[in-house]
Design a protein around this ligand. Structure first.
Ligand code: WTA
Length: 658
């Protein structure tokens, strides 16, 4: 095969020919009904982003005091590289998410439909939510929490977790939610970095029927968290807990004494709303800082646009509140819109592999938002779990967190969506605060594997190493050319790193850290993190491309591709594969190599194929590529690679941050 032929065939996996236009019935009642309509709005917003956002901010948020300046943005050549939106205004994110609906007569609408892992459930209206949040806000005040104080939250996915976040917002405290799977060490690091004053947790958390000892882990962390004065404990599992008198308080005791009268505190538009720690390319987690008005508006509008919010929707986002998706699309976005949100506490396969589908049937979920890693697990578990349930209430499906392989996209489309539901593949990051690129489901036809087009007010540019914009179909670094209201406002306590990571490499633009290309239809294809892209014999290869090719083979459940040093090629492709039912034989290894060669081309053919029972993943479900790279490079001892290895066990030896 000539090199021209090879590079043409590389493109075939990611250049999906299939186009899925929005179903007529869907477009008919959608917010954006046609591509033309989207383009008109996008062009107008791009011509004057501040004017576009100003109008929305005035109309859609409640203002205690109106803002006087829409955007204060020192061109990033100067200091401090931080955009300020809606300057001079005062609002409150909790008010916008709760009180506004009650004030406008929608207090009886259900806000949260909660399903506990053991099968218990609870429903809360917006009016009830207002009472609970107000009481807990008073409880926090009784512990001395004042505006600007940091509150760490390490809780299971219970309604109280959302109540805690909103209660912080209500009184201007800054929450830092720490996913309830992190270690004591990780909690302490975050507490110390944020200077946390109060810690919220629970006695335990249900996970596949077992009670995890959250309070014990927190106690271990608090021994190393000098700034923490109080710890509030929700009783969830009822297990025995260690107790420190004076420092520890039961949630229910505080609530019993708390008054439900706690008006939302008017906060500056740019008052910090929360910190959320996320992993960077180096070891130390970054405390991504988001502020009040811009974030709240961005979460609300992007929720309404992308999920085509309708008053009667039952919306379910499966993300944990420990991640940005839980912040923006379980709490701040849908609640600002006044949506009814399903919240589920536990694992997708407890008590059985059909739990998600059972929940969809039970609550008649109409909009479902989950991650490709979950979708691939469902595929592996088998269609019989899906077939047991009536999923006809669904009208829209979403995906987030990583690129969705075309194969998984097709399964999601046919098996879950019954070929009638559009799929929104949403590209964004903890840093962006909300979705940046996604199909608007009534307007933009989907191409499986592409996050399609930027939302109104978002101006992406793909640039080369010199910062020059590249042409259609040329890969490059994804940047954003104009500030948007949901953007991060810095890294907590680390201005230098903020500048260095996001603003130094490409002057004047936000550097996302992903590679992407834009095809001639203006569709964007994310090619993985900058450091996940392989360079094999001078050719740019995305790990996702290779993984997609492998997953399209009937024997393969999940695949991860990494580069390893190679004398001649620079980098060689090494892949890690989990199988559905097939035997891990040498024949199959050969067959898979040929399959990738067939799907992508000779240069993408893996040099190594290793079979594994499970891929090592971070607790947020991301494949631990650095660990795999070390295994592939022979830096990590794994024993005999001709047998099936359980690399997930190795992951436990590593810091979860990667
Ligand atoms: C990746 C999650 C391809 C990407 C909201 C990004 C995606 C990182 C997609 C952010 C997508 C997220 N297609 N890649 N639809 N969504 N990513 O901060 O590499 O946990 O930079 O935010 O996930 O991950 P984070």
């Amino acid at each position: 095969m000539s090199s021209a032929e090879t590079s043409r065939s590389i493109d075939t996996v990611m250049r999906e020919e299939r186009l899925f236009p929005p179903p007529e019935a869907f477009s008919h009642r959608a917010h954006f009904k046609s591509l033309d309509e989207y383009e008109v709005v996008w062009e107008a917003a791009a011509a004057d982003p501040p004017a576009f956002w100003e109008k929305l901010a005035r109309e859609e948020l409640h203002w205690f005091e109106p803002f006087t300046e829409t955007l204060r943005w020192n061109e990033p050549q100067s200091q401090p590289f931080v955009a300020e939106w809606f300057v001079g205004g005062k609002t409150n994110a909790c008010y916008n998410c709760v009180d506004k609906h009650v004030a406008e007569g929608r207090g009886d609408k259900v806000a949260i439909l909660w399903e506990g892992e053991p099968g218990d459930s609870l429903s809360l209206t917006y009016a009830e939510l207002q009472t609970e949040v107000s009481k807990f806000a008073n409880a926090l005040k009784s512990l001395g929490v004042v505006p600007g104080d940091r509150v760490s939250i390490y809780m299971p996915m219970t309604p109280e977790l959302a109540i805690a976040m909103l209660a912080c917002a209500r009184i201007g405290a800054v929450h830092s939610v720490i996913f309830a799977g992190f270690s004591a060490e990780a909690i302490a690091d975050r507490n110390n970095d944020a200077g946390t004053k109060v810690m919220l947790t629970a006695d335990g958390a249900w996970r596949r029927g077992k009670a995890l000892a959250l309070k014990e882990t927190v106690d271990e962390a608090l021994a190393k968290s000098a700034t923490v004065e109080h710890c509030v404990v929700l009783k969830r599992t009822g297990q025995e807990v260690p107790w420190t008198e004076g420092r520890d308080h039961w949630w229910h005791d505080l609530m019993q004494e708390a008054s439900a009268d706690c008006p939302a505190t008017p906060m500056d538009s740019e008052a910090p709303l929360f910190i959320l720690y996320t992993s960077g390319s180096t070891g130390k987690p970054k405390g991504i800082k988001h502020t009040t008005a811009g974030y709240n508006l961005y979460a609300k509008k992007t929720y309404e646009w992308v999920f085509d919010y309708q008053e009667d929707d039952v919306y379910w986002c499966t993300a944990d509140c420990g991640w940005i998706t839980g912040h923006s699309y379980l709490v701040y976005g849908p609640m600002a819109a006044g949506a009814t949100c399903v919240m589920y506490e536990g694992a997708p396969n407890h008590p059985a592999e059909d739990r998600f589908w059972e929940i969809i049937e039970k609550y008649k979920v109409s909009v479902f938002y989950t991650a490709p890693t979950a979708i691939r697990a469902f595929i592996k578990w088998g269609d019989e779990h899906v077939d047991k349930h009536d999923l006809s209430s669904l009208r829209l499906l979403g995906s987030v967190g990583e690129g969705i392989n075309p194969e998984a996209w097709m399964w999601y489309h046919t098996k879950i969506g019954g070929e009638r539901c559009p799929i929104v593949d949403t590209w964004w990051q903890t840093e962006t605060g909300g979705i940046m690129m996604s199909p608007l489901p009534g307007a933009i036809a989907a191409k499986p594997g592409s996050c399609t087009k930027p939302l109104p007010g978002v101006i992406p540019k793909i640039v080369d190493e010199q910062g020059a914009e590249v042409g259609a179909d040329q890969g490059g670094m994804l940047t954003v050319a104009h500030p948007w209201p949901g953007m991060l406002r810095g890294l907590w306590g680390d201005d230098d790193r903020y500048k260095e990571v996001y603003w130094s490499k490409v002057p004047g633009k936000y550097l996302a850290g992903d590679n992407a290309r834009c095809d001639s239809d203006g569709y964007y294809w994310i090619m993985g993190r900058i450091d996940d892209v392989l360079n094999v014999s001078g050719h740019r290869l995305s790990t996702i491309e290779i993984e997609s090719a492998l997953v399209s083979h009937p024997a393969v459940a999940e695949a991860a591709a990494v580069g390893r040093p190679h004398e001649l090629k620079g980098e060689a492709v090494a892949v890690f594969v989990t199988l559905k039912d097939a035997e891990p034989t040498d024949e199959l290894r050969k067959e898979l190599k040929l399959h990738v060669r067939k799907e992508i081309g000779a240069l993408a053919q893996p040099d190594d194929i290793r079979f594994t029972n499970s891929l090592p993943k971070t607790r947020s479900g991301k494949i631990m590529r650095r660990l795999l790279r070390d295994i592939a490079a022979g830096k990590e001892l794994v024993g005999d690679t001709s047998t099936v290895e359980d690399y997930a066990a190795l992951a436990k030896l590593r810091d979860d941050e990667e």
